[in-house]
Design a protein around this ligand. Structure first.
Ligand SMILES: Nc1ncnc2c1ncn2[C@@H]1O[C@H](COP(=O)(O)OP(=O)(O)O)[C@@H](O)[C@H]1O
Ligand SMILES: [Mg+2]
Length: 301
């Protein structure tokens, strides 16, 4: 690896620390983020949720330093990622700490070969060519695109393009990955592919993940916590189970529940007594089976 980026969090410090963050875009009056505070530990996967316009993209850009380094506007409070204060650190240095993947796979790929796409970031840092080759091989392996090195990115499927975008970010060896609705333009297979790669990054490489997404099912399955934004404010920061059980919050923020949770609520509302709530398919199915078995037993006796 090249020179380590200084400013690693000291032991016990969170990987992401946001303190009383307020943000207003240039030439606008209203703050679109208001007094946001939270921390994310190393290796955690946090899903950013909230209706359109809630501030998810803005918060993602605060985490990778685009705000305020390139975007300008007015910032109050502090964002510290991997020990680096985003208001005091140049974006080139932050890019080695925080990898970013955007919603539209088309707009973030701009070379003619898969391998060049992955090499682009490290080449800009003037990293040694041997090291770049190693990083290309590693990053394409992680996202399961080995063998695609010579292909043009335009020939890839949507899911493959997003995985390539992840590989390009990984080539900078970041400790944190921020993804802004990376699956919103993908079909269910592409969506699953991306989530499964993210799962590997977390489990095998201990990466810290923040992903803006509406995909409740996948959040229930993979995320450690949900950070819910509503009109620029943080209204809940808790494990998915706790968040999805808060039906008033779901309504307020226009959030879809996982389908199995909808089914459980529907059955409850229609007189089938279920002792619990479910966010995962397996637990929901088991719960319904148990309830139905109980009922059948009672009918038979
Ligand atoms: N470049 C910009 N200039 C001014 N206002 C913006 C800009 N980008 C987003 N906004 C406003 O900031 C708010 C939050 O937007 P955004 O972060 O994109 O929300 P989300 O990603 O949750 O849909 C919205 O009210 C949006 O209109
Ligand atoms: Mg957005």
């Amino acid at each position: 690896m090249s020179e380590p980026v200084s400013g690693k969090p000291t032991k016990g410090e969170p990987m992401i620390k946001v303190e009383n963050l307020w943000y207003k875009y240039p030439r606008t009056k209203k703050y679109v983020l208001e007094d946001i505070s939270f921390t994310v530990e190393k290796g955690e996967f946090v899903a950013l949720m909230g209706a359109n316009g809630a501030g998810k993209t803005t918060l993602c850009q605060c985490l990778n330093g685009v705000i305020p380094n390139s975007q300008g506007g007015k910032v109050k409070g502090r964002v510290v990622v991997g020990g680096l204060d985003t208001q005091e650190t140049p974006i080139s240095k932050l890019a080695q700490k925080v990898g970013m993947v955007l919603e539209d796979p088309e707009t973030q790929l701009f070379t003619t070969k898969v391998k060049n796409e992955v090499a682009f970031g490290p080449e800009n840092l003037a990293i040694d060519p041997d090291e770049i080759m190693k990083r290309i091989a590693w990053a394409l392996k992680v996202v399961r695109l080995e063998g695609y090195e010579e292909r043009p990115p335009t020939a890839l499927s949507g899911g493959q393009k997003q995985r390539l975008a992840i590989a390009a970010a990984l080539a900078m060896k970041p400790e944190i990955m921020v993804l802004d609705e990376p699956t919103s333009q993908l079909d269910p297979i592409g969506t699953l592919e991306v989530f499964s790669v993210i799962q590997d990054l977390k489990e095998e490489y201990g990466m810290t993940i923040v992903m803006a997404t509406h995909k409740s099912e996948e959040i229930a399955q993979f995320a450690d916590k949900v950070l819910m934004l509503h009109e620029g404010r943080l209204v809940k920061f808790a494990p998915p189970r706790e968040v999805f059980q808060d039906l008033e919050l779901m309504k307020l923020t226009w959030t879809h529940l996982p389908q199995i949770s909808e089914l459980i609520l529907f059955l409850r509302n229609n007189g089938i007594s279920l002792k619990d709530f479910a966010i995962l398919k397996d637990e929901g199915v088991a719960m319904v089976k148990e309830a139905l078995a109980g009922k059948a037993g009672r009918v038979a006796s």
